[in-house]
Design a protein around this ligand. Structure first.
Ligand code: FES
Length: 113
């Protein structure tokens, strides 16, 4: 049986538009998927919702509005977080990600103080 492929688009830390393919439940979280296949410089706390290095902002698409307290707390401490911000380590790899567009947020997005 052929397994359906899903895709999403992300804007990386250099501003490049990239696309990624995935299979349902292939990884524990969006952070694990991107860390394994595409991005190396994030995921410092290994998915515990503590470090905020996996900060993304959703540009197109919707995810469950249900956000756990740990994620809310970490997002509230992040410089530049908005209502569209999420932590990739708290996002399951499921069909909700299909056709989603998001931006990987780094310190550089906010300049220096
Ligand atoms: S990996 Fe640390 S908050 Fe997501």
């Amino acid at each position: 049986m052929k397994q359906e492929k899903y895709t999403f688009t992300y804007i990386d830390e250099f501003g490049d538009i990239c696309s990624a393919n995935f299979r349902l439940n292939e990884y524990h979280s969006l952070m694990d998927l991107l860390f394994d296949k595409y991005l190396q410089e994030w995921g410092d706390c290994k998915g515990r919702a503590w470090c905020g290095t996996c900060h993304i902002q959703i540009l197109e698409g919707t995810l469950s509005a249900k956000i756990q307290n740990d994620e809310k707390h970490t997002l509230s401490k992040l410089h530049g977080a908005s209502a569209h911000s999420r932590l990739a380590c708290q996002i399951p790899v499921n069909s909700n990600l299909h056709n989603m567009v998001f931006k990987v947020i780094t310190e550089n997005d906010y300049g220096t103080n």
